[in-house]
Ligand binder design. Structure first.
Ligand code: ZN
Length: 277
């Protein structure tokens, strides 16, 4: 932000995984005390917890629960695995309801023993199978395309074009797309595809962080906004132009930052957000 006014953080959301060393109670207390208004909850943060009570605790801290992360992982080399993925996704939808959020993010999965095309068909069929449950529960399903470096085991949906195609094929108000700058920043078609996503009413979520140069770990070395080479502001302007006005969700997996004081890290997140919003 170029103005001299302090930047607004009313649309800042932070994922629980970003401050992984904190329990969800500590995260809620500290986010709230810092003026953060949104939280996205990872399922590991609510394991063995009373989910309803946890949801109430978050609301008492004046936090909007933006989404539950994550369902998905639909592909499997046999029908038993695929069936168990469907069951787990139905459970995740139920957990989202208990928690008090209306969105479940889908990391779609991939099975390296079969072709990407087969995995994509299983992803499409898997999502189609859970739509009735999602619709009955009032939970939207956000397909998050992942960087192609994860096409072996994490997701056969690797571009926003593929996610848009899939959402349009499924053609349900309960299915859309989560745009994560870490996964998509390199794509020459990104601006056009973000516009297409918004035009079709499918733009459901926006995740931010940065790509450090060099990146020393393919999973756990994400940077703060401004620390790497992703044009976060430019992508944010595209998302805005596409009609998205929801939370900007800071999702950083970083063994470096997890070793620091999380209170200091939270301050850095807010500073970086203010500078790059
Ligand atoms: Zn993400």
């Amino acid at each position: 932000m170029k103005s001299t006014e302090p930047a607004d953080i009313s649309q800042l959301c932070i994922h629980t995984i970003t401050t992984k060393p904190w329990s969800i109670e500590e995260a809620a207390k500290n986010f709230s005390a810092s003026g953060v208004k949104g939280i996205t909850v990872w399922r590991d943060a609510i394991e063995r917890k009373n989910i309803k009570q946890t949801g109430r605790m978050l609301h008492e801290h004046d936090l909007t629960i933006v989404s539950l992360c994550r369902g998905g992982f639909f592909p499997g080399s046999n029908v038993i695995k695929r069936k168990s993925a469907i069951d787990d996704n139905r459970k995740a939808i139920d957990e989202a309801v208990e928690l008090g959020t209306s969105m479940l993010v889908l990391v779609c999965g991939a099975e390296p023993s079969q072709s990407l095309e087969d995995s994509r068909k299983q992803i499409r069929d898997g999502i189609a199978e859970i739509i009735p449950h999602a619709s009955a529960a009032g939970v939207r399903l956000a397909i998050e395309p992942l960087h192609p470096m994860y096409a072996d085991t994490r997701s056969a949906i690797n571009t926003i074009t593929q996610a848009n195609d899939l959402a349009e094929e499924l053609n349900s108000p309960w299915v859309g797309v989560a745009v994560d700058v870490y996964h998509l920043w390199w794509d020459p078609f990104l601006e056009n595809e973000i516009m297409r996503c918004g035009r079709n009413g499918n733009l459901m979520a926006f995740h931010i962080c940065d790509w450090k140069v060099p990146t020393t770990d393919m999973l756990l070395d994400r940077g703060l906004m401004g620390e790497g080479c992703i044009p976060v502001n430019k992508i944010r302007s595209w998302v805005k132009n596409a009609g998205f006005n929801g939370f900007n969700e800071v999702e950083i997996f970083s063994t470096t930052y997890w070793k620091e004081s999380q209170a200091v890290f939270l301050k850095k997140i807010i500073e970086a957000y203010k500078e790059h919003s």
